[in-house]
Design a binder for this molecule. Structure first.
Ligand SMILES: O=C(O)CCC(=O)C(=O)O
Ligand SMILES: [Fe+2]
Length: 269
């Protein structure tokens, strides 16, 4: 892929991914890595250039009828059924509504600029440098690598932990008229402490440990969502909230779980 094409897509003057040996690149990476380690997320406003963003939005809006609708009640672990042996107020038994349309990678054009970004080796290197991995690889799954989460009036994502990837990248394509805020409770749990009591408080409305991130159109965010619960508050208004979600893998050749693909994209294995 020619880097010249990405000059139209990524603001390379602000984010010099094409100059990994430069001082500007090194200081950008250090800054974002520190932010990620400190807050469990880091933000890059103006990453996607605006003219390209508008073209992407038009293409994504034109393909809405093919997206897959999800509307269900799930707990913070993304499970839909109760655990009878646990009390009513245990996080496993607290359910909230999640509703949205998902556009999988199979529904994006082959030459979508979102795919250009995702498959561009300097992008993979840049993200690896920030998250501290020696190398990252695109997912080989037909549906999961690059998605667009599409949320209309009233749509939302309930509090959840991401189950599969240690970090996730989200690129805001279009902001809704209002609502649709990304909220996170950094370090809600750890690998050794499930913190059920703290999670129950969060789920019952205690927002004292949560941050709300202003999400600008064109902004790239990297967040660690495995142990930091996060959600998207209800979108309001007629303009769709369109969020591109990208995941990289730490090894080559990774294919997603067919059960996940059936639930998220409606693809029967
Ligand atoms: O839409 C967002 O801002 C967050 C999406 C999300 O939670 C995820 O992709 O795991
Ligand atoms: Fe998530």
């Amino acid at each position: 892929m020619a880097s010249v094409a990405l000059h139209r897509t990524i603001d390379l003057s602000r984010y010099p991914l094409d100059k990994p040996d430069s001082e500007a690149y090194r200081s950008l990476v250090t800054d974002k890595r520190d932010q990620l380690n400190h807050s469990q997320y880091c933000t890059m406003p103006g990453f996607l250039l605006d003219a390209q963003r508008r073209e992407i939005v038009a293409a994504v809006e034109g393909r809405q009828q093919h997206t897959h609708r999800t509307d269900n009640q799930r707990n913070i672990y993304l499970e839909c059924s109760r655990t009878e042996s646990l009390p009513e107020d245990h996080p496993k038994n607290i359910f909230a509504r999640g509703c949205y349309n998902m556009m999988g990678a199979h529904l994006l054009e082959h030459d979508s600029p979102l795919k250009d970004i995702y498959y561009w080796p300097p992008m993979q290197r840049f993200i690896a440098d920030i998250v501290g991995e020696p190398r990252l690889y695109p997912s080989d799954d037909p549906y999961q690598p690059v998605n667009v989460l599409c949320q209309g009036n009233g749509d939302r994502s309930a509090w959840h932990f991401d189950s599969h990837n240690a970090f996730t990248m989200t690129l805001m394509l279009q902001a809704p008229e209002s609502g649709g805020h990304f909220e996170m409770a950094p370090n809600t749990r750890s690998d050794t402490d499930p913190n059920y009591a703290g999670i129950a408080k969060l789920l019952l409305g205690d927002n004292s440990d949560t941050v709300r991130m202003a999400r600008e159109e064109g902004e790239l965010v990297i967040f660690r969502g495995c142990n930091s619960a996060h959600r998207v508050t209800p979108t309001e208004g007629s303009r769709l909230r369109l969020m591109c979600v990208m995941v990289y893998e730490t090894e080559a050749g990774v294919i997603g779980d067919p059960v996940v693909n059936e639930t998220v994209y409606g693809i029967k294995a």
